[in-house]
Design a protein around this ligand. Structure first.
Ligand code: ZN
Length: 655
């Protein structure tokens, strides 16, 4: 484990909180130490309260902050004496404990302190660091973990058996630590949980952390033979099979889910283990993972069998909770299968990505644990306690209601600019995952969110479009919404001067490409958990054509007719197909200043008059079109198909 402490970058040792922030970020920079909000740190220092009175403060990591990016404001400043006084209680439920910790804060706007705050408070050292390091977990997730921990660390650490985090764990540590600690003690190992180190300052606590983890890593490296890589070609999974799997997972969850497929040499080696079904179903590496990955992955692809087993697990343990619990959805979050590789699932792309990160580290932990012994996880009852813990439930619910398109996937063509980009943005804003296609490389830059995938592709290149659709399904699991926005205007010219090549090019992009796209996305849309939706960007030119734009007007009329046929053919599959007819949306790639000026001249108007040449004298923006398109895909239009909706400020030639 690399020691990242850099004396020239580190703040002066006298600034305890700044040193703690720096050391926390170093811990957070290493995924093999902490993942996604895991781990916590603290430092004890003297501060002054509002009256100028000196007060001993425990600065402890606030929940909701990630160690990798934490700032001073991410630490809750707690009155140390008040926190330590709680340890004299015999019993304290977690909700009351959290209330007491909040009351001990010097700042009303401080974040909620870590649930492990009491543990930090009781350790008699100024600086404390805590991780759930992979190498340590491989040692502790064993049938006889204490012997292994002693073999690696001797008497340098205190060893505490598994107790659920919260007041009871703090009480157990308060009892065990003084019994075992010596002047040589540098750390505390919590079995099936993680490592605490401490010191006179954060640098010492951090360096001890790195040293102890390095010792575990060396021990594993000496004992564990590298596993032979899986042989043979990587199987390919058709994207329809993936979309069917996502549909099954969404049905089990009772809501649309995002699924992502991962398949590299390491995963392939793991899923080809002869004892995969055994090692993968013993339980998570640490109990907090249960929130993200559920207790066990699904091995194979029997989603309904998994859901039935989950209901059984809930029924077996529901009476453990003091207050009645409502069952969480029974859908798997991690699937392991020799054909699929690893598939992770979540309500949003980020959730599926977190499940992937966690299970990716779990693979290392299981391989190492099996290399030195037998990978062993906690009994199901202990994991149920964490999965259905009030405080963990609160973390999940803090996000509030999911946005309206959460778990749904939209494919938008022409997404790099103009109306296509506005549609992609509107769908992202309402929670959809979006695959944006465009011939323009800027399609990659539309959004850096995990639920956006930009694919550079020419929509007239049929095999490339097929590959782009497959890529979207690998990343998000399916396609529920299609917005056909890619289009070209071409040079305006009278029919008598028809340029046949230009005509054919316009038809290829505006009609042929959409016909091909429709033929390919239909089976995916038919599998959409909430029903497929298609929106075609037509044009006001369809009901009210203009002279000099024959190819454009004819192509948009053709694609409008195509959408009407799709509405007829696909209604029985639950797929809605509608068309919007924008006009005069000038903030798009179709309209150069020259084209606008030429059209204005054609009608004998100024550019400004031409832009607002509609009944409402409104300027029409691509954002307005995007908003309409997203709304057309929403429940507001649940019973509308085959419609054509103008978005043009009102046209006296149409109304
Ligand atoms: Zn912990």
């Amino acid at each position: 484990m690399r020691d990242r402490w850099n004396a020239t970058e580190a703040p002066p040792p006298g600034d305890a909180l700044a040193s703690c922030v720096y050391g926390s970020r170093l811990l957070g920079a290493e995924a093999a130490l902490v993942l996604h909000g895991g781990g916590n740190t603290s430092v004890k220092a003297t501060a002054t309260d509002i009256t100028g009175e000196p007060v001993e403060v425990l600065y402890v990591k606030g929940s909701g902050w990630d160690l990798a990016t934490i700032e001073p404001a991410g630490f809750a400043p707690l009155r140390l004496a008040a926190v330590r006084r709680l340890l004299t209680l015999e019993r304290l439920d977690d909700a009351t404990m959290m209330g007491e910790l909040r009351c001990a804060s010097l700042r009303a706007d401080a974040p909620d302190p870590s649930v492990e705050s009491l543990l930090h408070a009781l350790l008699p050292y100024p600086a404390v660091q805590h991780s759930h390091a992979d190498a340590l977990i491989a040692l502790t997730n064993q049938p006889e973990p204490e012997a292994l921990v002693r073999e690696v660390y001797g008497g340098d650490v205190v060893v505490v058996p598994y107790v659920m985090p919260g007041f009871d764990l703090a009480r157990a540590c308060a009892r065990i630590f003084p019994e075992q600690a010596t002047p040589e003690t540098v750390g505390m190992v919590l079995l099936n949980h993680g490592l605490f180190t401490f010191g006179a300052d954060t640098e010492q606590a951090y360096r001890r952390h790195i040293a102890l983890i390095s010792r575990a890593e060396r021990f594993l490296a000496e004992r564990v033979a590298p596993r032979p890589a899986a042989e043979g070609p990587t199987p390919t999974v058709g994207h329809l099979r993936l979309a069917r799997l996502r549909r099954d997972i969404s049905d089990a969850a009772g809501a649309p889910m995002i699924t992502s497929r991962h398949d590299d040499a390491r995963i392939r080696t793991f899923v080809s283990r002869p004892n995969l079904a055994s090692v993968a179903t013993r339980g998570p590496a640490t109990p907090d993972h249960v929130i993200r990955t559920k207790r066990v992955p699904l091995v194979g692809d029997d989603v309904s069998g998994y859901a039935a087993a989950y209901r059984g697990y809930f029924d077996d343990h529901r009476d453990r909770a003091a207050v009645p619990r409502t069952m969480l959805d029974p859908a798997p979050r991690v699937l392991l299968d020799p054909a699929f590789g690893m598939v992770t699932a979540g309500r949003r792309a980020r959730d599926a990505d977190i499940a992937y990160d966690i299970y990716s580290h779990t693979i290392d932990i299981i391989d190492n644990a099996e290399g030195i012994g037998t990978y062993t996880a906690l009994p199901a009852a202990d994991l149920f306690d964490v999965e259905y813990w009030d405080l963990e439930q609160a973390k999940l619910h803090r996000g509030g209601r999911p946005p309206e398109f959460a778990g749904e996937v939209a494919l938008v063509t022409g997404a790099a600019s103009g109306i296509g980009r506005a549609c992609a943005q509107a769908l992202l804003d309402r929670g959809a995952a979006v695959a944006g296609l465009d011939v323009d490389a800027r399609v990659a830059e539309v959004s850096d969110r995990p639920d956006y995938l930009g694919i550079e592709v020419d929509v007239t290149d049929a095999p490339a479009v097929d590959a782009a659709i497959a890529g979207a399904v690998e990343r998000f699991g399916g396609v529920d919404v299609v917005v056909a926005a890619a289009g070209i205007f071409g040079a305006g010219a009278p029919l008598a001067e028809l340029d046949l090549a230009g005509w054919r090019r316009t038809m290829a992009v505006n009609v042929d490409a959409i016909a091909h796209l429709f033929s390919r996305v239909h089976p995916l849309l038919a599998l959409a958990p909430r029903g497929g939706r298609v929106v075609v960007i037509g044009s006001r030119n369809v009901p009210a054509p203009g002279p000099g734009a024959a190819a454009y007007s004819a192509s948009k009329a053709a694609v409008t007719q195509l959408a009407r046929v799709a509405a007829l053919e696909w209604a029985s599959d639950g797929i809605r197909v509608n068309t919007v007819h924008p006009d005069a949306v000038f903030d798009t790639g179709l309209w150069t200043d020259d084209v606008i000026a030429a059209r204005a001249r054609h009608y004998g108007l100024t550019v400004e008059q031409y832009k607002r040449r509609n009944l409402l004298s409104a300027e029409i923006t691509s954002a307005q079109v995007g908003k309409l398109v997203a709304t057309l895909c929403s429940d507001a239009f649940a019973v509308t198909t085959g419609a054509q909706i103008p978005v043009d400020g009102g046209s006296d030639r149409v109304v």
